[in-house]
Ligand binder design. Structure first.
Ligand code: HEC
Length: 193
């Protein structure tokens, strides 16, 4: 949607400089809906693969699913949609998933919103950010901790499983979660025309 003031200024041939934030930087509802649908697809695929792997070979076998299937699914969604896709959290298992400053701020905001009673299932954030002369839409969708997640992210891990996790992730900080708590977020970034 064009701002009437901006349109009037350009009509008079005046130089136009809009602030980086403000009304003109609002994300479009279409883009947000697209990211929302992709986040849902990511969650469903990952949960499906995790549950199947646990059923087939137990949770130690399924460690590899979270390790390799998650980036795999992210890559697939990314190449078909043009969004850069990832996962992050305040407490991470893989240090490569650690949030940047902006993502950390959004995750802190999610925590506060959850504490204030907002439903994690629908929690999201969408912001347009200017970087190097281009505008990007940054979308994040909260990931709640579900029952199946507790096997590997809960308070008490089965000792052999814990050992296997620590072998690959010596700095693991992603345990001690309870069902219904914020586990992390999916991240989606797309350049805007
Ligand atoms: C079989 C064990 C296992 C189960 C079950 C599991 N995870 Fe994970 N999770 C992992 C491993 C291993 C990683 C590290 C993946 C990597 O290297 O990127 C991880 C990483 C993550 C991350 C990325 C941030 C980080 O900590 O590195 C999120 C978010 C996450 N898991 C959420 C979940 C959710 C939500 C569920 C339940 C739907 C779940 N996990 C179930 C093992 C598991």
């Amino acid at each position: 949607m064009k701002r009437p003031v901006a349109a009037a200024l350009t009509a008079f041939g005046l130089a136009l400089s809009l602030p980086a934030t403000g009304h003109a930087a609002q994300p479009s509802e279409n883009d947000v809906e697209e990211a929302r649908a992709l986040a849902k697809e990511f969650m469903m695929s990952l949960k499906g693969e995790l549950q199947a792997a646990i059923k087939e070979g137990g949770p130690i076998n399924a460690i590899d699913v979270c390790r390799t299937a998650a980036p795999g699914i992210a890559g697939e969604i990314s190449s078909k949609s043009g969004w850069a896709v990832g996962r992050t959290a305040l407490k991470v298992r893989n240090p490569r998933n650690a949030p940047d400053v902006r993502e950390r701020a959004v995750l802190m905001d999610f925590l506060a919103r959850a504490e204030a009673g907002e439903d994690l299932m629908k929690m999201e954030s969408a912001t347009v950010i200017a970087e190097n002369g281009r505008r990007y839409l940054h979308y994040m969708k909260a990931i709640p901790t579900g029952g199946v997640c507790l096997t590997c992210h809960g308070g008490e891990l089965e000792p052999k499983l814990q050992q296997a996790i620590l072998q690959t992730y010596p700095a693991d900080a992603a345990t001690g979660f309870e069902a219904g708590e914020l586990r992390g977020a999916f991240t989606f970034v797309k350049p805007l025309e």
